[in-house]
Write a protein that binds this ligand. Structure first.
Ligand SMILES: C[S@@+](CC[C@H](N)C(=O)[O-])C[C@H]1O[C@@H](n2cnc3c(N)ncnc32)[C@H](O)[C@@H]1O
Length: 308
């Protein structure tokens, strides 16, 4: 049994890092070999480790018993339209995760940092052309007003960025702070891209009117992977894109609906046959719908077999 004694209160961030490393060192999606309990005294946190507990349960344990101590990702959203986020950040699993303190969201409006008479955040492009661009000064000032946590990314949402994918979200879960800069109009002054953003991310090969929707998609995808957001860690492990294969088809009651029956194997009670059917369905589905992923899966499987 190990005992950790950490300063409490003034050094909350160290405690967060400690909890994060405890969760990660035990394998994010698997069973914990160690179970952390803690006692708070007036000035110290004692964390004791013993026995086993699933890591998501651990996160829930911390968030329920002591929300201020749970390891959090801080999302800073830089947006001209703060109201846009009200409902999506309160609903469903995201709302619950935020309530539990698994992540924090902070919204900053660049207009509050526009100091000219008309509080302008946009202007015409030099050299002419259609539409308006977001001015650099309010965006820089908005981002520079934020606290800076040790591992942070300033992400510009732009159709010219790297398209979002699951591995990117996995990687972003290791950050302490993600600053999401939402563009509007014809986009943002180029200096925001070159001197403020540390990463550019796209929702896909299409153009929307604003960066708020891609920002929400990213927040949702990253938060979903944080321990404790989704109750059962397996529901994350077995979904599309966690391996190279897409998910298998799923059914629920009634067993027969408008004459469309659930495949009999699923109601057979034969777990081996069900697992085999699901594996086959995954392969077939991926081969038909996403030949690119299927090829990758084949290559990975061949490589693994060679290693054996
Ligand atoms: C109309 S778009 C500007 C598009 C820009 N002129 C271009 O062609 O690259 C306005 C804003 O919406 C956001 N946006 C639009 N489509 C996006 C996408 N596919 N991914 C991420 N952000 C997007 C960006 O923040 C962008 O600054």
């Amino acid at each position: 049994m190990r005992e950790y004694q950490l300063s409490y209160g003034t050094k909350r961030h160290r405690i967060n890092i400690f909890l994060r490393s405890a969760i990660y060192s035990c394998g994010a999606q698997t069973c914990l070999r160690e179970y952390l309990t803690f006692l708070t005294t007036s000035s110290y946190l004692h964390a004791l480790t013993c026995s086993s507990l699933a890591c998501s349960q651990l996160a829930i344990l911390f968030s329920d018993s002591c929300p201020s101590l749970v390891d959090t990702v801080r999302f800073d959203i830089i947006t001209l339209f703060p109201d846009f986020f009200a409902s999506p950040l309160e609903s469903g699993l995201v709302g619950r995760a935020l309530e539990r303190g698994i992540a924090e969201t902070h919204i900053t409006n660049p207009r509050d940092f526009a100091y000219d008479k008309h509080r302008r955040v946009d202007d015409e492009p030099y050299g002419g052309g259609v539409g308006m661009l977001m001015k650099p000064d309010p965006l820089f000032a908005a981002v520079e007003s934020l606290p800076v946590l040790p591992k942070r990314d300033v992400i510009l949402l732009t159709p010219q960025g790297e398209p979002m994918h699951q591995a990117m979200f996995q990687q972003l879960t290791t950050y302490d702070q993600l600053v999401l800069v939402c563009g509007h109009y014809e986009g943002v002054d180029e200096r925001v891209r070159t001197h403020l953003a540390t990463r550019e991310v796209s929702l896909g090969d299409f153009v929307l009117t604003c960066g708020e929707i891609p920002a929400l998609a990213l927040l949702n995808g990253v938060l979903r992977l944080q321990p404790g957001t989704v109750g059962k860690p397996d529901s994350i492990k077995f979904e599309s894109f966690e391996t190279a294969l897409l998910d298998y088809p799923q059914y629920t009651r009634p067993a027969s609906f408008r004459g469309w029956d659930v495949p009999p194997v699923l109601t057979s009670g034969n777990h081996q046959a069900i697992a085999q059917w699901r594996r086959q369905q995954q392969q077939e589905r991926t081969r038909q719908r996403r030949p690119d992923l299927y090829q990758r899966w084949q290559a990975e499987t061949a490589e693994e077999e060679q290693k054996r």
